[in-house]
Design a protein around this ligand. Structure first.
Ligand code: PLP
Length: 397
């Protein structure tokens, strides 16, 4: 009888763990050593070689979570993204990137690539043909992000991987928003999986880290550059991240359930114009999401009615925190117009469908009733005319 395939929570809890032979402790011991004797190790262990005991343990867990042969842990999501991209691109090469990308990735490409003679194109849309029309003779990499920020658009993973194979390209995905709990792109033929582990893997808004998972061969190539760029993570944080991932399965599933609940509540609300959540049947990516995601995730966005001001709304919330980051156990909101998408200007925001009243909502693990209560009290507090002591109903009467 072969070993049965382990379930997600078993992988989260145990995979890769270091057995404490000396004291028989229940968890992986933390090895902070930056120096290891040559004698009884066949490899030279060193933090910047990504091979300390704790780095190796966590990498095994992440590889298992992403159905990959190997993985590496980085000092941030951007260290993971920049190292992965540069490992497969050199001067004269070209990369096709999805138009809706995490702002940091967009900035990295726009601000750095021309210095290295790397050419790039962003797609005009998100359909597979939008990617294919940008492919040129010197294209080497295709880079996607799904679900994307902030409108939770869904990109077709199978179509992208088929296209990459047809044109001999390396396909990469930023899988941060889905987390390995909800989406395993390797199963659809995507080559390289990248995470900002600062988000769902960490899950408590107290760790900054990144990860890459792929084949042994691809990871070897990424390692060769990574050891030169030096974006490794401190072993202490590696150890904390191992601890965090133990509960990732149950956290993310609770967040999926809460986000679905909140999306349905918001969609039925007369003061909310639109809700963007792949778990809603009227979301344009719903059917596709069902085929490539095992859960719809904890992120959603909604548009407040004209009568409400987005910044007033955020200030009026008492439980849900206005915050830049996402994916923690605590619910947070932000206004893309004022933060992540402030620099692209009103024209481009309109072009991307980002309204001024749009609120991005990272749903935590609180009871949905408490989240609903908070939103209701905030809406009541700020109804237009509030400044004059009048609520909307009074104004329209
Ligand atoms: C946060 C984030 C990143 C960058 O990760 P850092 O850990 O902040 O470097 C990349 N992609 C997505 C989708 C993110 O949300």
């Amino acid at each position: 009888m072969g070993t049965p395939k382990k379930g997600i929570n078993t992988i989260c809890t145990h995979e890769g763990e270091i057995h404490d032979e000396q004291f028989k402790g229940a968890i992986s011991p933390l090895y902070m050593s930056t120096s290891y004797a040559f004698e009884d190790v066949e490899v030279k262990r060193y933090p910047r070689y990504f091979n300390t005991p704790n780095q190796v343990a966590l990498s095994q867990k992440i590889a298992a979570l992403e159905h990959a042969e190997a993985a590496m842990v980085f000092g941030s999501g951007m260290a993971a993204i920049s190292t992965a991209l540069l490992a497969f691109l050199k001067a004269g090469d070209h990369v096709v990137l999805q138009k809706t990308l995490y702002g940091g990735t967009y900035n990295f490409v726009n601000e750095e690539f021309s210095k290295y003679g790397i050419e790039y194109s962003f797609t005009d849309g998100l359909e597979p043909q939008d990617f294919e029309t940008k492919i040129k003779g010197n294209t080497k990499v295709i880079f996607v992000e799904t679900p994307s920020n902030p409108l939770l658009t869904i990109t077709d993973l199978k179509a992208i991987s088929n296209m990459a194979k047809k044109h001999g390209l390396v396909s990469m995905i930023d899988n941060t928003f889905a987390s390995p709990v909800n989406q395993n792109p390797i199963d659809f033929g995507i080559d390289i999986i990248i995470h900002s582990a600062t988000k769902y893997m960490g899950g408590h808004s107290d760790i900054c880290a990144g990860a890459v998972a792929s084949t042994q061969e691809n990871m070897e190539r990424i390692f060769q550059l990574a050891k030169n760029l030096g974006g490794s993570l401190s072993d202490y944080t590696v150890w904390l991240l191992e601890r965090s991932i133990k509960t990732m399965g149950i956290r993310v599933k609770a967040q999926n359930t809460n986000a679905q609940h909140m999306a349905e509540y918001l969609a039925a609300h007369s003061d909310i114009n639109k809700v963007y959540y792949p778990g809603l049947p009227d979301h344009p990516g719903h059917e596709l999401a069902k085929t490539q995601m095992s859960g719809f995730g904890g992120m959603l966005s909604f548009e407040l009615d004209q009568a409400y001001d987005a910044s007033q709304f955020q200030k009026a919330l008492k439980l849900i925190k206005p915050s830049m980051s996402l994916a923690g156990v605590e619910s947070t909101v932000l206004s893309p117009t004022q933060t992540s998408h402030a620099l692209i200007g009103p024209e481009e925001r309109k072009n991307q469908g980002i309204a001024d009243g749009l609120i991005r909502f990272s749903v935590g693990i609180e009871e949905p009733e408490d989240l609903i209560f908070d939103i209701e009290q905030a809406l009541k507090e700020i109804k237009k005319g509030n400044k004059a002591g009048l609520f909307k109903e009074q104004l329209t009467k």
